[in-house]
Design a protein around this ligand. Sequence first.
Ligand SMILES: [Fe+2]
Length: 413
Amino acid sequence: MGCCQYFVPTEGGADAFTVEMPRVTFGRGTLSEVGERALNRGIRRAALLTDPYLAETEHFAQARSALAAAGIDTAVFSEVHIEPTDESVLAAADFLKDGGFDGIVSVGGGSVIDTAKGALVYAQYPASFDAYFAPPMGAGQPVPGTLLPHIACPTTSGTGSEVTGLSVIRFVALNVKFVLASRHLLPDEAIIDPACIDTLPAAVVASTGFDLLSHAIECYTARAYTAWAKVSPAASRPMIQGANPWSDLHAREALRIVGEYLERGVADAADYEARDCLSWAATLAGMAFGNSGTHLPHALSYAVSQMSRDFTPRDYPGGKSFVPHGLSVIVSSPSVFRYTAQAAPQRHLEAAKYLGADVRGAAAQDAGEVVSRRRRPRRSSAGRRGGDSRKNYNVDARHRCPQWSQRRWSYRG
Ligand SMILES: [Fe+2]
């Protein structure tokens, strides 16, 4: 693609990219559409996956009653493991095998959606667990074929799993996480209802926001698709293919939103505009990295989460020791970007600019420091909406946010 400096043709390099996407519906209240949408997919009996905590929430009840209202028979599997393992995914696969289902609906965060993807694979194409993982962890076999229809309904604003063909699963015996990747894992539909994150605690919004932030920067600063070898036949082009104009498009907007709204969304659970925007940014970042891939902060995060022994995060259910994914990613991000900026300083400066940093006068050698510190230019209080602080923020206006809160729409149908 000759129009973009970053995507310079290379000898033997890829000269095309392919985008894989589910149907996307976004808007407050859209969780109530899940029954109608499942019915349109031909689903008459659905497996409804969630985790033990979400199973008690009104959002889960809403999805279940919407399916029932559409005449769809459901059976619930609520034993999803937070941070799924080979054992927990196989337990979900066993549930699917015996249920006579013709579709699956996942309601939850990344753990639930990733479990649904993995369980569908092993329920429909039984094999040793490592069969479909890439070497060195697995045998590298392709997922053999299509899976049952899957409607993913995220309840957090970070994972982006609802629009990717990726599932992160921990191998218990080896205490290592690895990614199961196939276009067959892409959910058929994603229903993103920002109302699901209204009740998320601040620490969860912060961690998931860090995850989405790193997704966006990582795919924006990944190697260009043109730097990867061209593959033949064209149908074997990998789903994870490096930064490309599609991933750029979504990463830029995700960065702009997270730079503008993350602090607000964490600070104030009633700031619906901020939380709606974060919800949308998470999906945008998923659309981006699901087609480009991430890089070092996500690779390093697995060591952080697996080697931690005594970190109990605030505001997470269960009181267990674990490192939330977003935190495990973000701890290394500043150091990583200081390092990777040497290879693509302009890209890192652009990422910093979209995040809201003041990049005026920054030279190439400053790029890593600028994006890592993301110094935000100070604005006068008059320049901020509603004044400098939330004290002046009009609560009623949040409920009327015309751009997001009362708007529903679908991508590709
Ligand atoms: Fe992530």
